[in-house]
Each structure stands twice: as C-alpha cells, then as structure tokens.
Design a protein around this ligand. Structure first.
Ligand SMILES: Cc1cc2nc3c(=O)[nH]c(=O)nc-3n(C[C@H](O)[C@H](O)[C@H](O)COP(=O)(O)OP(=O)(O)OC[C@H]3O[C@@H](n4cnc5c(N)ncnc54)[C@H](O)[C@@H]3O)c2cc1C
Ligand SMILES: NC(=O)c1ccc[n+]([C@@H]2O[C@H](COP(=O)([O-])OP(=O)(O)OC[C@H]3O[C@@H](n4cnc5c(N)ncnc54)[C@H](O)[C@@H]3O)[C@@H](O)[C@H]2O)c1
Length: 453
C-alpha cells in the first residue's frame, strides 16, 4: 500500500494542471492514467488538437497538387507525428515536477480513501487524503444492428488514425463532432452524408445562421439526411451498407467506404467502482458536484467533463482554478462565479457563440437592438479567400451592454473572445465599436458591425 496526500485519477486538462500545481507547492501527488496513448487527455490525443490539425490540413487541400489519397495520408501521418510529440511532452512536463509520480494503470475505488490501480505489472493500492476524479468521457455507440467498430466503422477517437482515404463517409449524428468532421472530410474530398435523428439542423441556433452553415457545408459537397432513423449496418468487403428509415418511414440503403459514429459522449465512470466509496452517480454516469466541485463524499472531488454539463477543455482548466481557490484561497471562485462561457463549432468557417442568440432573446422577452454584418463586407475575409458568413450581435436596448454574439465566418473563433471579455467586464457596445483595431483583421469589423446609430 502506498500513501499520498493527493491522488488524481485521469490525465485530463484539470488533472495534469492540478498535479503540476500541487507538486510545485511541495505536496505529494500520484496521477494515475489508464492509457499511455492518453497522456495529456482527450483534447491533446483524440480531441481538439488532432481534429483542428486535420481541419486545417483539409482547408489547405485546395492549394496542393497531390491526389486526394496521398494528400489525406500525409495529413494523417503528420497528425500522428504531432500527437506523439505532444503526448510525450505532456508526460514529461507532469512527471518532471518534483513530488509528482505518474502511474500507468486503471484506477477503481476500494473505499472512500483507497484506490486500487490495475496494470500489466500487477495491482497496487493507494491511500490518499484527497482524491480528484478527472476521467472524462468516452464515445456513445448506440445499440443498432450490425454497428460494431471496425476498420471501416469508427468513432472520432479512431477515424483520425485512418490512413486510407474514405471516398465516401457516412456520419451518424449532427452535433459538434458530426458537423466538424463533415467539413473536414468534405474539404479532404470525401463524399460525406450526414444522418441525424433530429429533423431540425442546429436546433439551438438562429435560423438564418443555421441556414448559412447548411448552405456552406452543402457547397463543400456534403449531403444531409436529417429526421432519419438508421436501423442497420452491414459490412461488406468494399464498404458498409447503411440502412435507414427516411422521413416517410420507408427503408432505404446507401453504401459508404467508411462510417463515423458521432452520437454523443458519456462519462467514463464505469470502471471506477464509485459505489465502494459511496460516491453518488447521476443517470448518465456523471458525478454530481456542488459549486466547489466536491462530490457527496468528503475529500473526493470531480473535475472536467466527468461531472456533467458543457464539455470543453477550457472548462476543465477552469475547474482547476476552482480547486485551487477552494484548497488554497478563500474558495470565493467557484462554479457559481463562472461568467459567460463562449464556444466554437469548428466547421469551416467557424461558428462562435457567447450569450444569447435572437431566438433566446425573444423567448426571454429581452428588449434588444440587433447589429448584423455579412462577412463579405470585411476586407480581411477577402484576403483569406473566405467571404461566407454573418456576424450578429445583440445589444441591450437600455444599457448598451452586449447580450450575445453569434458569429459565423472566418476567424470567428478568435473574435468571439473579445465579446466574452466585453460581456464579463460590462464593456458597452459603443466602447467596442470605437476601439482602434489593427488592420487588416477580422476584429476591426467591430467598428462597422456595431455602428448601429
Ligand atoms: C473530437 C473532439 C473534438 C473536440 N474539440 C474540442 C475543441 O475544439 N475545443 C474544446 O474546448 N473541447 C473540445 N473537445 C472536448 C474536450 O476534448 C474535452 O472537453 C476535454 O478534453 C475534457 O477534459 P477532461 O479534463 O475532462 O478529461 P480528459 O482529457 O477526457 O481525460 C480523462 C483521462 O482519464 C483517463 N481515465 C479514465 N478512466 C480512468 C481510470 N479508471 N483510471 C485511470 N485513468 C482513467 C482517460 O484515459 C483520459 O486520459 C473535443 C472532444 C472531441 C472528442
Ligand atoms: N469545438 C468544440 O469545442 C468541440 C468539438 C467537438 C466536440 N466537442 C464536445 O464533445 C461533445 C460530444 O460531441 P458529439 O457531437 O458526439 O455529441 P452531441 O451531443 O453534440 O451530438 C450528438 C448528435 O447525435 C444525434 N444522435 C444521437 N443518436 C443518434 C442516432 N442513433 N442516429 C442519428 N443521430 C443520433 C443527436 O441528436 C445529436 O445531434 C460535445 O458536446 C462538445 O462539448 C466540442
């Protein structure tokens, strides 16, 4: 049995940052990770970084003279090379901090203060004063006849290692992952078809923005079969037959070189034996926490995606800030204090949002002024060769404060951070409008966008 002050389960964004922080404070830390390919967590290895790397490569496809197969293969090889380097750098960074030990193995609770770690080398029990659960999520693969992961049927975690160019790709699910990969693979030259159970495209977004995104993805070559039910998969030597019920309930079949299942992600808590520690688990396997990220058991905390809610790397990082505040400061920074949260969908060009959109403002009965600018009016968009899109900003009619920004267009994912800052710091729209911005940039469009008289 080993004893340690802090035991962290999972090498996610929050866990690795916390390990480094606690170690540098002179506290003993053990960080347990079940998969060596995941040092640094989901974002580094199978999430944000590889998916945005491939998206960028796909955007540059048009300026290469290589054929699709070769270009795609080179892109996947370059992705593998980058991720291997980042994986190692993440390991070295954490393992190199004094007082921190990284152990390879799968952790499960034995009691409220003891965890067993199983690995190829044997089992080890660790007793800890504090335990931090940072185990993230895993893809949901729905129970559909013939839906077995294989060389041709993938989740987002495996498709990015596929070196054989998929001439045609069925994407099941039209959420974040489904849409980002729709853009990426369409731009690589695959014939992408998206199957979605919801007949409405981007149901939580304003219709004008959703319509523009749909038009753009179609222009990139994608087809949409929304409001359909996929009922069966049948793998053949030359592809996968996808059987589905169309909007009228009639069965149809289409064949694809490969399939991506992007139907959501669920908390990775099944192996943890949380019942042995008395930790409560929610309906989807998530670990409920209070504003201080404490579970119902004293000294056991849950950080990152695993406690439910929005699933973003920067929120996992912010969970680290909360733990730091709770353990080392006055605990004043907690979940309740979190301000506006921006988010991006990295279709090409990107969709970026913070605060309300028009649909939500109307539902809330808010009185607002609407600022709108087509991206084609922005000089930098001409330079970048992508003039698709629309920027929309809602302004409180009485106070002049920003209520929300919904930006679809090139570099929207950068510009959104200005709006988050303005909303969180109470900066008025006039102030944003009248700033001197550098030229030529997308940010300078705020001079015109917010010029609403
Ligand atoms: C394809 C894709 C694209 C994404 N793109 C973005 C993006 O652009 N921007 C963004 O902000 N977010 C994005 N996300 C979401 C983002 O990756 C996650 O929100 C973030 O990585 C969550 O980090 P975490 O700290 O919760 O844990 P994770 O990084 O998920 O780490 C959990 C770790 O725990 C380990 N583990 C699990 N169980 C055990 C156990 N019993 N014992 C030991 N170890 C265990 C796992 O192996 C894993 O390494 C994307 C996700 C995906 C899948
Ligand atoms: N840019 C980013 O920050 C980014 C990028 C990718 C992923 N992520 C995170 O990862 C999370 C998971 O993404 P996701 O796209 O897997 O999940 P999601 O929950 O966003 O979308 C899943 C989609 O699949 C559909 N679906 C479910 N079952 C289906 C079925 N049987 N047939 C057809 N459609 C079905 C759902 O209606 C939904 O539209 C996101 O919530 C997001 O937080 C973030």
């Amino acid at each position: 049995m080993e004893t340690v002050k802090n035991l962290i389960i999972g090498f996610g964004k929050a866990g690795k940052t916390l390990a480094g922080f606690l170690g540098s404070k002179g506290e003993s830390v053990i960080l347990v990770e079940k998969d060596k390919r995941m040092y640094g967590g989901t974002c580094i290895n199978v999430g944000c970084i590889p998916s945005k790397f491939l998206s960028n490569k796909a955007t540059l496809r048009k300026v290469s003279s290589l054929d699709n197969e070769t270009y795609y293969k080179h892109a996947v090889e370059a992705k593998k090379d980058l991720i291997a380097k980042l994986n190692k750098a993440n390991y070295d960074k954490v393992a190199g901090v004094p007082n921190v030990k990284v152990i390879d193995g799968t952790a499960s609770f034995v009691s409220a203060n003891t965890v067993e770690v199983k690995s190829a080398e044997g089992n080890l029990e660790i007793q800890a004063e504090r335990i931090f659960i940072n185990t993230g999520l895993v893809p949901v693969v729905p129970k559909i006849e013939g839906l077995n992961l294989s060389e041709r049927i993938h989740t987002s975690e495996t498709i990015m290692d596929l070196e054989v160019f998929p001439e045609s790709l069925a994407i099941i699910g039209s959420g974040y992952i489904g849409l980002e990969f729709t853009s990426t693979y369409s731009l690589f030259g695959s014939k992408v078809t998206v199957f979605g159970d919801n007949p409405k495209f981007l149901p939580r977004d304003d219709e004008d923005i959703a319509g523009l995104i749909m038009d753009e993805l179609k222009a990139q070559g994608a087809a949409f079969l929304l409001g359909t039910k996929v009922v069966r998969f049948e793998e053949a030597s030359d592809g996968v037959n996808v059987y589905f019920e169309n909007g009228q309930g009639k069965e149809e079949v289409k064949k694809f070189s490969a399939v991506l299942v992007a139907t959501g992600r669920r908390p990775d808590t099944q192996e943890l034996s949380l019942d042995k520690a008395g930790v409560k688990v929610g309906e989807r396997g998530e670990i409920p926490v209070n504003d201080r990220l404490e579970t119902n058991v004293p000294n056991i905390y849950a950080l990152g995606d695993v406690h439910g809610g929005l699933q973003f790397t920067y929120l996992s990082l912010d969970d680290f800030r909360i733990i730091k505040s709770v353990l080392f400061n006055d605990g004043k920074y907690n979940l309740k204090e979190r301000k506006h949260i921006p988010f991006n969908v990295f279709v090409v060009p990107s969709l970026a949002k913070v605060g309300m959109n028009e649909m939500e403002a109307k539902a809330a009965g808010a009185s607002y002024k609407l600022a709108k600018l087509p991206v084609m009016a922005i000089p930098k968009a001409k330079i970048l060769g992508n003039q698709t899109g629309l920027f929309k900003v809602l302004i409180d009619e009485k106070t002049g404060k920003i209520l929300g920004a919904n930006l679809f267009g090139v570099e929207a994912h950068e510009v959104i951070n200005l709006f988050t800052l303005a909303m969180n710091e109470g900066i008025s729209y006039e102030s944003l409008r009248d700033q001197i911005y550098t030229h030529p940039t997308i940010a300078e469009s705020l001079n015109d966008l917010l010029n609403i008289g």
